[in-house]
Design a protein around this ligand. Structure first.
Ligand SMILES: *[C@@H]1O[C@H](CO)[C@@H](O)[C@H](O)[C@H]1NC(C)=O
Ligand SMILES: *[C@@H]1O[C@H](CO)[C@@H](O)[C@H](O)[C@H]1NC(C)=O
Ligand SMILES: *[C@@H]1O[C@H](CO)[C@@H](O)[C@H](O)[C@H]1NC(C)=O
Length: 320
């Protein structure tokens, strides 16, 4: 401790009184769930303690992104960092020139903070890096839950994507069964095919946005488009039943209600997941989608059995 203090003392002496000394950090790590990022820049030997006599210049990869001109009390921000500001402008006079900015604007790279007070100056450098971990697995103690690479756990995200694909396949399978079994409904089928296609395209884009690494807001938009358009499926199911049956049966209503319940659970899960970082309730979305998938599977079996008896009875009739 004494050695360290002496070292700092001689460093100050050696550099002369024109040198500002920093409480330096070499590496700053950020995580997906950091809303904002703070880059530390703390001067420990200011004399004047008056921000009117200070200049501060923050650079990223050598380019000025933020600067402060004390005498004019003017702040400059580069277009790429509109959210950048001092952690606390009040504390600048105490030597705290730390920069706070939004996570998305804080791209990885080498940053430097240059401070001038009257005729004394100094610079501190640090590297900002996005912390990479495998997942937000709570069973791994070295990885605190709030320090993960993604808002949504990757494994759970993949399960959701797979369920969605399964639901889409079931949607097309129902159409396929109808196409094989009944010729008469071709025209009405067109609307359902178009709806099914739109749903498929939305789902593919959503899953890509949801699963990809990178921007947390893209993941959130992806999850929204994974869950919310699934509501279309209930309308589709209703149209399919209407087409196959003249009157919707109790079984038909029960299956659609089953889907609605699954959908509500999935949407509630979405709302709970998207507002938390890291999200801990993605399993609720999974539960909802599982219910929807089971309902879809039962609906497929139901439509198949209906059409089968229908074709059999038609065949019998034509025999007679
Ligand atoms: C990110 O958040 C963590 C935990 O909340 C915090 O300790 C860390 O300082 C933040 N990182 C940055 C770069 O601000
Ligand atoms: C800081 O310096 C300015 C200009 O020299 C002066 O007007 C102001 O009163 C000083 N502020 C403090 C808190 O000493
Ligand atoms: C930052 O600087 C370090 C050491 O000078 C270097 O190894 C690293 O590649 C730099 N990072 C970037 C993003 O330029």
């Amino acid at each position: 401790m004494w050695l360290l203090t002496a070292g700092t003392f001689f460093a100050v002496l050696g550099a002369g009184s024109t040198q500002l000394v920093f409480n330096a950090v070499d590496l700053v790590e950020k995580y997906a769930c950091n809303d904002t990022v703070v880059l530390p820049c703390i001067v420990i030997n200011l004399n004047d303690n008056n921000d009117s006599s200070m200049h501060v210049s923050w650079k990223r990869q050598g380019q000025v992104i933020f600067s402060f001109n004390g005498p004019e009390q003017h702040i400059y921000r580069h277009d790429s960092v509109p959210s950048a500001n001092f952690l606390s402008k009040m504390d600048l006079s105490k030597g705290i020139a730390s920069l706070r900015l939004k996570n998305a604007e804080a791209t990885d790279g080498n940053y430097s903070c240059e401070v001038t007070e009257l005729n004394r100056e100094g610079e501190t450098k640090m590297e900002l890096r996005t912390h990479m971990v495998d997942s937000c697995d709570e069973e791994k103690p070295p990885t605190p839950v709030d320090k993960c690479e993604r808002q949504f756990d990757l494994i759970q995200s993949i399960v959701i994507a797979v369920l969605l694909v399964f639901i889409i396949v079931l949607c097309w399978a129902q159409l396929g069964v109808i196409a094989f079994k009944c010729e008469t409904v071709r025209k009405k089928k067109k609307h359902i095919t178009i709806a099914c296609s739109i749903f498929t395209v939305i789902a593919v884009v959503a899953v890509v946005l949801f699963i990809q690494d990178g921007s947390i807001s893209m993941n959130q938009i992806g999850l929204a488009f994974t869950v919310i358009p699934a509501g279309m499926l209930m309308v589709l199911q209703y149209s399919i039943f209407k087409m196959v049956l003249d009157d919707l049966t109790h079984k038909g209503y029960a299956l659609i209600s089953f889907q609605v319940v699954g959908y509500i659970v999935a949407v509630v899960g979405f709302a709970l997941s998207v507002s938390a970082c890291p999200s801990v309730l993605l399993s609720v979305v999974i539960a909802g989608l599982v219910v929807m998938a089971v309902a879809d599977l039962l609906a497929l079996v139901y439509v198949y059995s209906l059409l089968k008896t229908e074709t059999e009875s038609t065949a019998e009739m034509s025999d007679v």
